[in-house]
Design a protein around this ligand. Structure first.
Ligand code: PBG
Length: 324
């Protein structure tokens, strides 16, 4: 089976995230998980966002949940010594990311929706989103690794595995692997329409995932490409079994969010990426203007058709109960 509509209804928290219209219910907070204990390291260019070890992360999520923020997107930051050509650490069941998934689930149960980034770039020594053969990012062999990563996250307890790599055919391959592993209630959020954007800079610093050579233009979408390409990718992923279709970045592609939302039947997510966050945070504003700016941005995503908004602003918006 490659489409299971029940996945998006599986828990009350998933239904709230996907089907409630309230702004705060729609937000997902990204987190950068590092190895160690007591680590709470500010990230350059992203004020208010820290790399955190699992113990600190659990406290952060508890505080956020008390403000009504109940969805997280986890990125595992892999130490340089653990990176290799095959992204082995990304599907190491004992990694700190896997521990984070397990512990969030054992602490919060189904009260928190756990989404996990499925990509190779944080765990490869060359920083690419796939395996590299003869200087090229190869597709099908990379998809096999993506499937191992996705299954490892699902078995640790992830609600949604989020494929951010842009390899062809990975959604159907991941769905089949999840089925084979018995992970029939784990969903797939696909970064279906992901551009080779210049707005990812602060993230790559935070996740230590910059490519050592070349760029991501052979797999991420060309920033000049039109709506046809976006709709092709979104439709393919929907047919392959994606439960949520993502467009990324957000602000420069609001028109694409609208077009995709009109073209697909599954819920649409948007990623308000690190460079967009950095721009807003570096604006010289007082507190009221800052709040208005963030609410205006979030409202624009809703208007464009996003049911889910992945944003670094989620924590402050929830804490201060900013509603549109
Ligand atoms: C991993 C990934 C990236 C982002 C999310 N997942 C970086 C990239 O594609 O280079 C960017 C998120 C952000 O900028 O906030 N493939």
């Amino acid at each position: 089976m490659n489409i299971r509509p029940r996945i998006n209804r599986w828990t009350a928290a998933r239904r709230r995230l996907l089907f409630s219209d309230a702004m705060l219910d729609s937000l997902v907070q990204p987190h950068f998980v590092v190895e160690g204990n007591g680590v709470d390291e500010p990230i350059q260019g992203m004020p208010g966002i820290h790399q955190q070890s699992v113990d600190v992360l659990l406290k952060t999520i508890a505080e956020d949940a008390s403000h009504g923020l109940r969805a997280v997107m986890l990125f595992g930051v892999v130490a340089a010594h653990a990176k290799d050509a095959h992204a082995t650490e990304a599907h190491n069941h004992g990694s700190h990311l896997h521990q984070a998934i397990t512990q969030i689930k054992s602490t919060f149960g189904d009260e928190v929706v756990v989404m996990t980034d499925v990509c190779l770039c944080t765990a490869t020594d060359h920083g690419h989103c796939g395996l590299v053969h003869d200087g090229e990012v190869v597709n099908d062999a990379s998809v096999e690794v993506l499937c191992s990563i996705a299954v490892s996250h699902a078995l640790a307890g992830a609600d949604y595995v989020c494929a951010s790599d842009m390899m062809d055919g990975r959604v159907s391959a991941i769905r089949s692997s999840l089925e084979a592993a018995g992970a029939t209630s784990t969903g797939i959020l696909s970064y279906s329409v992901k551009y080779a954007s210049s707005f990812y800079g602060p993230f790559r610093h935070a996740a230590q995932s910059s490519p050592e050579f070349g760029d991501r233009a052979t797999h991420q979408m060309d920033t000049r490409s039109g709506y046809e390409e976006a709709i092709l990718e979104a439709n393919l992923d929907e047919t392959e079994g994606a439960d949520i279709i993502m467009v990324k970045p957000g602000l420069p592609y609001l028109d694409v969010v609208r077009k995709v939302a009109d073209a697909v039947v599954r819920p649409v997510a948007v990623y308000n990426v690190s460079g967009e966050y950095a721009m807003v945070m570096s604006a010289q504003t007082d507190d009221d203007d800052h709040r208005d700016m963030v609410v205006e941005v979030l409202t624009a995503f809703k208007r464009a058709g996003a049911s889910v908004i992945v944003t670094y602003h989620a924590r402050e918006a929830a804490k201060k109960q900013w509603t549109a």
